[in-house]
Design a protein around this ligand. Structure first.
Ligand code: NAD
Length: 379
């Protein structure tokens, strides 16, 4: 695909956002040079930076820029210690993040968890459970299921009791798990297509032994699987999947999950990578022609404890650029070049504080900028 027309909105946000975004854009520029590409990147404020600049966590001009862009490269937003009097719905996490998810119909969340063998010490599992290194992609449905189904409410119940003078009063909370066939089909398609770019295996996670949703999920995913005969499909109950991730994570390639199960399992998988600073994520919307609208961000937050000190690991943000090239722009070779450059920098012994092992004599502790420069240099 020609990149000349590809527009990227770069929203760095708060905390470590601007520092790691700077390195991600440095790497993107290196990709342009190496592959003869040219992207139109426009930066805009979001989060507290948006409130400071324009009085809103998602300023109108920033939202308009996103609408005119082909993809959003996002840092992170939120500073827990800033102005507690601002109402919840105006705070950056809601007013910016949730608003963007809704506005762009981002229904698929992809979180690749990779732990190269060389960083085995950062993983909480014993080395023999890590095989040749971990490499799992969790594909999570993001807009349906228990989080959004109706009715969703807490109500008071008044229950008459035989022989008791007073009725019993208590509360009942109701959440509803709802999935439709088209919702399952579209997320399954994302998982199968992603598997085609990897080791061609999908493990679909459900609770078909207990939930109606699980039965429908399994039926629809099985049917979808017939459209992808080159991809191996297996089904696994969610409780077993949680256990298998700890016992033998190397058996997984793509894990396909509904919203709640994906929320939990993606965090469990993330813990295996040792540091949030290594984990990118992609949230995808609908596809038009050859392009998929996507929102790309690190899995971690604004890390106020280390912000502004050149301590943050920029790799999660840099790998988010790779995901953008892969999933929104189908520039697989360029995406792989970024991932290879990251492996190269790690292989050279470069470590930010979060992945530094003082017991390793070959490791060299570096800051955010030096890590970014090394990765850009390796492109
Ligand atoms: P956090 O992810 O910001 O930090 C958790 C821990 O991980 C901290 O010790 C931090 O230093 C470390 N960490 C995170 N990213 C790192 C990196 N790139 N390099 C090195 N270390 C890194 O989570 P938190 O402290 O719970 O949240 C801080 C703020 O971020 C909150 O306001 C929260 O709402 C917000 N947040 C935003 C997003 C988002 O924008 N998508 C996601 C999560 C949290």
């Amino acid at each position: 695909m020609s990149s000349a027309c590809l527009k990227i909105a770069a929203l760095a946000g708060d905390g470590i956002g601007p520092e790691v975004m700077r390195e991600a854009l440095r790497v993107l520029r290196a990709i342009e040079r190496r592959f003869g590409l040219q992207f139109q990147v426009t930066e805009a404020p979001v989060g507290w930076a948006g409130i400071d600049a324009a009085g809103k966590a998602l300023p109108d001009a920033t939202l308009q820029l996103c609408r005119e862009s082909d993809a959003i490269l996002f840092g992170s937003v939120g500073l827990p210690d800033r102005d507690p009097t601002i109402p919840k719905e105006e705070r950056p996490e809601r007013a910016a993040l949730l608003r963007i998810r809704k506005e762009f119909g981002l229904f698929a969340n992809l979180r690749p968890v990779r732990l190269p063998k060389i960083l085995a010490y950062a993983c909480p599992l014993r080395p023999e459970r890590q095989g040749e290194g971990l490499d799992v992609l969790v594909v999570r449905e993001l807009t349906g299921g228990l989080y959004f189904g109706q009715p969703k409410k807490t109500e008071e119940v008044i229950e008459a009791r035989e022989g008791a003078a007073q009725p019993r009063r208590f509360h009942r909370a109701i959440d509803t798990m709802v999935y439709t066939t088209p919702e399952i089909e579209r997320i399954a398609r994302v998982a199968f297509q992603a598997a085609r770019l990897r080791r061609k295996k999908v493990t679909s996670i459900d609770k078909a032994n207990v939930l109606e949703n699980g039965i429908l999920w399994r039926e629809v995913v099985t049917r979808m699987g017939q459209e992808f005969p080159d991809v191996t499909l297996e089904h696994m109950f969610v409780d077993n999947a949680a256990m298998q991730l700890m016992l033998k994570p190397t058996q997984f390639d793509v894990m396909l999950c509904e919203n709640l199960f994906g929320d939990i399992l993606s965090d469990e998988a993330a813990a295996l990578a040792g540091s949030l600073g290594m984990l990118p994520s992609a949230s995808l919307g609908s596809t038009t022609g050859a392009q998929t609208f996507g929102f790309y961000e690190p899995a971690g937050g604004t890390a106020p404890d280390i912000a502004g000190k050149d301590l943050a690991n920029p790799i999660a943000q840099i790998l988010s650029v790779a995901l953008m090239l892969r999933y929104s722009f189908q520039l697989e070779e360029a995406a792989v070049a970024i991932e290879t450059a990251v492996s190269h920098a790690i292989g050279q012994g470069l470590r930010t504080g979060d992945i530094f092992n003082p017991a390793d004599p070959t490791a060299l502790k570096v800051g955010t900028q030096a890590m970014g420069e090394a990765i850009a240099g390796a492109i």
